[in-house]
Structure formats: structure tokens, C-alpha cells
Write a protein of this length. Sequence first.
Length: 106
Amino acid sequence: METIPPQAKNVLDYILFAGQSGNHLLFDLPLIRRTFARATRGRYEERAKQRAKVERALYYLAELPSIDEQRRFITVLPPEMQEMICYYYFDLLEQATKLTGPERLH
């Protein structure tokens, strides 16, 4: 796994902190629903090898200066990459929640 740039880590921490309260700043509800509809069919487990590509996209995204620009970046990606980023975000969110407190519904 690549080393997270310090600036990216701060932005990702902020996005994950907001997500723990149910505020998913980067994703709209249709994308979240589409992501989990496909995830329940096991589609993303098969694509673990693309995790590095998703991580690089997240690090790039974290370098963008605003949440609006980050959301725009996601919307121009191919739909499958959008879903993979969303899925990986929820995976990170679950891990962060386990470290910081009681389990919450997203």
C-alpha cells in the first residue's frame, strides 16, 4: 500500500469523521444505492486487485481544495470507478468506526 501524503490524510480523516455521523460528503444517494446493490452480488470482492488504483484516486481527490471539486472529480470518473471509490470509502469508514467508537448505521 502506498504512503498517504500528510495533507491527504487530514482531508480523508475529515471526510471519514463526517461519514461517521452519516454525512457522506462525496457521494449522492443514487451512487451509494447503486454501489451497495452491486456489492451485495459480490462484484467488488472480485476486484480487490484494483484497490491500489482506487487508493491513488482517493489520494488525488484528497489533494483537491474543496468538497465540491472532489465531488466533481468523482462524477467524471467511469461509473464502475465511482462505485469502487464509494465502496472503498465505506470500507475505510467501517474500519475508522471500529477504532473510534460504537458502530453506527451509515
